[in-house]
Design a protein around this ligand. Structure first.
Ligand code: UT7
Length: 329
């Protein structure tokens, strides 16, 4: 292993123009703005335009990240897209992003770790740089979850939104960039959150379409209990790995799924609430896009300072979870 450090040198984000508010949902669903706000913290979410797929959102975030980094698309060695709402089952969404960026030749593949996708992708992408195999990795977290929602199922469809975030990873000064990553999964709990049909286990048939098996199904209560434990555990594990403590954290960026999950986790961790980044009120749960969207917001609005310690923590279907620590450049 070489001693190259890998860090984020540019950040970009994109959310579709169309906003769907809780009040809009009241018009066709047995729900209320009050229920959604108090149970989740979500006020509105963005929905991809007809004809737009995950790669259309992802490429806009990717272009913004490349511009922020001052890197030409031709310099990219690898495009890594974290998504669980790919444009198609094959080819990979990363290949569509490459084509839309107008470049050819560089490596491109998708990584599927659901809402933990960005944490996983950051760990994987950073390693390509740390080993010296690649100099410039373009990481994209892009999801158009609205395409897989059963709009008659009020327990899931109010939660998700569409969006994309992207980061450019390159070699950075030693001691900066990604300091540590922790990835984990528990496949015995795969039933809790899934899209039952459309894969090789249950290919599309008239029956699967009729039975609405191409949409997300979720045991919300079990995921909730898992998430409340998982966030503090993953954060503590990653802090230990990096020989840091909770007090060293400048910003905690948890996956944006539910405000109550974040509040409970924050209380268990004993971290100052002001250090915790929350934007789910505007976007809902954007799956693999939620963490990079939050990094982008932080980068643009609060002016991250050199040396700031960021802890990212994702959790989701699989079950999967992951955390990363970054020392900002
Ligand atoms: O990236 C990971 C993705 N998933 C998650 O993070 C999900 C984690 N889980 C959650 O966020 C919460 O469990 C939910 C928001 C999904 C549900 O909140 P809850 O407080 O656990 O509600 P519940 O499932 O216990 O349901 C309470 C009641 C039920 O009615 P009854 O049986 O008590 O009469 C539901 O039918 O709320 C009802 N309900 C709704 N009512 C109005 C469920 N969804 C809605 C809704 N509007 N949208």
């Amino acid at each position: 292993m070489s001693n190259i450090s890998a860090g984020i040198v540019g950040v970009g984000a994109y959310v579709p123009e169309r906003v769907l508010t809780n009040v809009d949902l009241e018009a066709f669903l047995d729900t209320s703005d009050e229920w959604i706000r108090t149970r989740t913290g979500i006020r509105e979410r963005h929905i991809a335009a007809v004809g737009d797929a995950a790669s259309d959102l992802g490429v806009k975030a990717a272009r913004a990240a490349l511009e922020d980094a001052g890197v030409n698309p031709e310099e990219v060695d690898l495009i890594l897209v974290a998504t669980s709402s790919p444009d198609m089952i094959l080819p990979s969404t990363a290949c569509f992003v490459q084509e839309k960026l107008g470049i050819r030749g560089c490596a491109a593949f998708d990584l599927q770790a659901a809402c933990s996708g960005f944490s996983y992708a950051l760990a994987v992408g950073a390693q390509f740089v740390e080993t010296g195999m690649y100099k410039t990795v373009l990481l994209v977290g892009a999801d158009a979850m609205s395409r897989f929602l059963n709009w008659d199922d009020r327990s899931t469809c109010v939660l998700f939104g569409d969006g994309a975030g992207a980061c450019v990873i390159q070699p950075v000064e030693a001691g900066y960039g990604v300091l540590a990553s922790h990835l984990a999964a528990d496949g015995s709990r795969s039933d809790l959150l899934k899209i039952p049909a459309g894969g090789s286990a249950n290919p599309a048939t008239e029956d699967t379409v009729r039975d609405k098996l191409h949409y997300i199904t979720m045991n919300g209560n079990e995921i909730y209990k898992f998430a409340v434990r998982c966030i503090p555990d993953a954060v503590k594990t990653i802090l230990e790995k990096a020989c840091l403590t909770v007090d060293d954290i400048d910003y905690l960026i948890p996956h944006q799924a539910n405000m109550r999950i974040i509040d409970a986790a924050v209380e268990r961790l004993g971290i100052d609430k002001n250090k915790v980044i929350v934007n789910l009120d505007k976007y809902g749960n954007t799956s693999a896009a939620s963490i990079p969207l939050a990094i982008h917001e932080l980068h643009k609005k609060r002016n991250l300072k050199r040396g700031d310690i960021l802890v990212l923590v994702g959790f989701g279907a699989g079950l999967t979870w992951g955390a990363n620590i970054i020392r900002w450049l």
